[in-house]
Design a protein around this ligand. Structure first.
Ligand code: ADP
Ligand code: ASP
Ligand code: MG
Length: 469
């Protein structure tokens, strides 16, 4: 569908009745140019609250569960009353109540079991997006833009990795055409839930936290959209997280590869997997601010206009794992191979990896919440070597943070790495490990956690990132 525009509205852009009205106006304006489908996140903070309710259920805190359910239902019901004309409210309030009953049933199951099966968690969390889509579709419809809420369970087909599912694109394309095609042809705007999908046999899944961006890019690819616009609460993709670096500047354009590296290395503005489905097709993506419609936003494009360091990102929820052979009899390369395989089996993602050649020791960075699973696999894989002290005990340092400098063509800037390291050292921040990918698009630097923010500011200033357009 080559005149289709997909737009995604994040949690803050859906955070209140006023925000939904503004989003509805954006949709109505966009529809004047051609067909539009939108993807919505849950209202801001709702997914966190749903998740903490499920945790309370697991811990047997029945009163906590009830209290949260009341809070969530009230937030949506209040929004409904503020948003819709009285004649429309009754049926939407009934839908909200039915969804909350569904959530209550799932929570009760978790309470009874005293555990949270990943499958039930996914089904329960998707209710945040379903509540929001119900409200947003009603808002559009009642303001003159015919619209219908669509559960992405009926559109996005995924594998069965609950909590972090990946789309099966061919099946999704088929399903998306079947479910959304007729609505679009009839001039009805589909309001699709972000974040969720279902396996081939219909089991509900989610795409990982912040996954609504990914939902939107999956749909844009499946439906061959002309563009994807991601509406959020900042003016676009910036040279650093504006919450950390107040003088961060909006970038007019970034390449797909830069955007993907930024997202992967912690820039929350995009979910790390968003760009993959779009790159091959070259579908243009815009990051735009629903709180500042006058700002043009950032366009994500295939080719770089300039080169050099564009932005700096950071991640603090990471841990560095070090492995060192204790005996020269150990073949370092084989050891690394086995360790990487064990990490793969533990579903742990290696964010950076460095090795020293003489002692064959190596270290790698993974997310903190993947450490337990990774250690379990590693200790079982290396049990003999550890027992016979051929390998030193595995060391985990979680008092670290990752900083990444990203930009196309950084290789053409001799001395850049030296300047970056000097700027970090001048802040008396210890550099623990350094890694540069073969594409030379990213320099990753592991530093002490308490120096991370200072290091980010120092690198941003040294590379004059706030000055570039
Ligand atoms: P949404 O709810 O719309 O998906 P998110 O909170 O997930 O929004 O992402 C937007 C936030 O990402 C911004 O408010 C900003 O604080 C943060 N952010 C982190 N790094 C960057 C960056 N490099 N550029 C822009 N925003 C960033
Ligand atoms: N609501 C989900 C989350 O908070 C997905 C998203 O907002 O993108 O993780
Ligand atoms: Mg987000």
């Amino acid at each position: 569908m080559n005149d289709l525009l997909i737009m995604k509205f994040g949690g803050t852009s859906m955070g209140s009745a006023d925000r939904m009205r503004i989003a509805a106006q954006i949709c109505a304006d966009a529809q004047k140019q051609g067909a539009v489908a939108i993807v919505v996140s849950a209202m801001s903070k709702v997914t966190d609250l749903l998740l903490s309710t499920l945790r309370a259920a697991e811990e047997g805190d029945q009163e906590g569960v009830r209290e949260n359910i009341r809070t969530i239902e009230k937030r949506h019901a209040d929004t409904c009353r503020e948003l819709l004309p009285p004649s429309r409210q009754e049926s939407v309030l009934a839908s909200i109540h039915a969804l909350m009953e569904e959530f209550e049933r799932l929570s009760s199951g978790i309470l009874m079991l005293a555990e949270r099966p990943p499958r039930s968690v996914d089904e329960a969390l998707a209710i945040g997006e379903r509540l929001c889509a119900t409200l947003m579709a009603a808002c559009l419809d009642s303001s003159g833009t015919p619209a219908i809420a669509v559960n992405a369970r009926d559109v996005i087909v995924t594998d069965a990795v609950f909590g972090n599912a990946s789309p099966l694109l061919d099946l999704t394309r088929e399903k998306a055409m079947k479910t959304l095609g007729p609505k679009l042809h009839a001039g009805v705007l589909p309001v699709v839930t972000g974040f969720n999908g279902a396996t081939v046999d219909g089991k509900p899944t989610t795409l990982g936290r912040g996954g609504s961006d990914f939902s939107a890019s999956i749909l844009a690819s499946a439906l061959d959209a002309k563009e994807l616009w991601i509406w959020t609460d900042v003016d676009g993709i910036m040279s650093a997280d504006p919450r950390l670096v107040p003088d961060a500047a909006v970038l007019d354009t970034v390449t797909y590869r830069e955007a993907a590296e930024l997202a992967y290395n912690g820039a929350k503005v995009l979910h790390p997997r968003t760009l993959a489905p779009l790159m091959d097709k070259g579908i243009p993506v815009w990051s735009k601010n629903s709180f500042n419609l006058a700002a043009p936003g950032t366009k994500i494009v295939p080719q770089a206009e300039g080169n050099g360091p564009r932005a700096v990102t950071s991640m603090s929820n990471v841990a560095l794992i070090s492995i060192e052979p204790a005996s020269p009899a150990i073949n370092g390369a084989m050891l690394m191979g086995r360790v990487l395989e064990a990490l793969g089996r533990a579903n742990a993602e290696v964010l950076a990896f460095t090795s020293s050649s003489y002692r064959q020791s190596f270290c790698f960075l993974i997310r903190k919440d993947e450490v337990d699973a990774a250690l379990e696999r590693l200790e079982s894989e290396l049990s003999l070597e550890l027992e016979h002290e051929y390998v030193h005990p595995i060391e985990v340092d979680d008092n670290v943070g990752l900083l990444a400098v990203v930009g196309e063509g950084m290789a053409g800037h001799p001395g850049l790495a030296g300047r970056v390291f000097t700027a970090i050292s001048a802040e008396k921040v210890n550099i623990i490990a350094i890694a540069q990918g073969s594409t030379e698009l990213t320099i990753s630097i592991v530093v002490r956690r308490d120096g991370l923010e200072r290091a980010v500011k120092a690198v941003h200033a040294e590379c004059r990132m706030g000055v570039r357009g």
